[in-house]
Ligand binder design. Structure first.
Ligand code: TXA
Ligand code: MG
Length: 309
């Protein structure tokens, strides 16, 4: 058995909370599947989630909360959102809502979108860790990208044992499928991903749920992405005089911002969406330095390519 797997007693919970507060990764049980959790407000910690999973691109992640107070600090709740939260939280329902003005969750966790996915898990260990850290926890399923979602601590150890600080063992997950994801952005509530909570139960509150359309390819798969107004030029080693230059690593040109002075891809990923947003507000043309296409660089380039069309 992996020495990373620990029973969630008082000492282990304190250790897990310390790891989260210092930007580490902790695998947590939830009532759906095991999650790979980090402080959602810490961009570099969130970048480590993507690096550990080997995800090909930056899908937006769910922020897990332990109270309505925390939820309402991150997102704007309509009356329907409040009704759903009251009925189904804590539990396996994820709500996609408009981000609040002072939302502390990093732009990387929301993939630069104006919306945020939130859920309050019912699992006592997951809740306990959120309460102990007072941080919303960003947590995708704790598997390598493209692999099955883990439903035991051992599954997590097998795939990600060497990437996490700790695996809290809460026993086998109650439901074994991911949470149901509902979007309340737009005119009609939309079922983005079928999951552990059935459509019928939700429709009792919302009326008929729409199928995702247009920008969203298949349930749960976001194709919509952060699109700046500014014109982007990629792989630029020599910016024009009318372009704001977004650098990476050392450069002799004047930069408007630098994704990472030291050429660190984790730092660059953490800065990506936030820096693009700021530059987009100030400039009409942005030139971006080449990003090596390895590790998180692949995901960064994927996002940049989509943003540049
Ligand atoms: O049961 C679960 O939900 C598990 C446990 C660990 O909580 N988590 C999970 O996370 O399945 P993940 O990252 O594998 O799935 C998150 C889903 C993705 O389908 C993503 O596209 C969608 O939520 N999502 C997140 N933010 C979104 C947003 N702003 N708009 C639309 N969809 C969003
Ligand atoms: Mg998953």
């Amino acid at each position: 058995m992996s020495e990373k797997i620990v029973s969630p007693n008082h000492l282990a919970m304190e250790k897990a909370a310390r790891a989260i507060r210092s930007g580490g990764l902790v695998a947590i049980p939830t009532e759906t599947v095991y999650g790979l959790a980090a402080d959602a407000t810490n961009g570099e910690a969130v970048a480590r989630i993507f690096a550990a999973k080997g995800r090909p691109n930056f899908n937006p992640l769910i922020s897990h909360v332990s109270s309505m107070e925390m939820a309402e600090s991150l997102a704007v709740f309509s009356p329907m959102a409040l009704e759903l939260a009251e009925r189904f939280w804590p539990g396996p329902l994820t709500l996609v809502l408009p981000k609040s003005k002072n939302c502390s969750v990093s732009d990387l966790a929301t993939a630069g979108l104006d919306s945020i996915a939130i859920r309050a898990p019912s699992d006592v260990t997951a809740r306990g860790l959120i309460e102990a850290t007072k941080c919303p926890l960003a947590a995708p399923s704790a598997n390598r990208s493209e692999q099955l979602s883990p439903t035991t601590a051992q599954h997590v150890a097998d795939e990600l044992g060497n990437k996490v600080d700790l695996i809290l063992d809460g026993g086998p997950c109650q439901s074994g499928v991911e949470s149901t994801v509902i979007s309340l952005i737009g005119d009609q509530p939309t079922l983005l991903r079928p999951g552990a909570l059935s459509r019928l139960e939700i429709e009792a509150s919302t009326g008929p749920l729409a199928a995702p359309s247009g920008e969203i390819v298949s349930p749960g798969m976001m194709r919509r992405h952060y699109a700046p107004n500014a014109k982007l030029r990629l792989n630029v080693t020599k910016p024009e005089s009318d372009e704001a230059y977004l650098g990476f690593g050392q450069t002799s040109f004047k930069v408007a911002a630098n994704l990472s002075n030291s050429g660190d891809l984790i730092e660059a990923a953490a800065n990506l969406f936030a820096m693009l947003r700021i530059l987009d507000l100030q400039y009409g043309k942005i030139a971006i330095a080449p990003i090596p296409n390895e590790g998180l660089g692949e995901a960064i380039n994927d996002r940049l390519n989509r943003a540049a069309v």
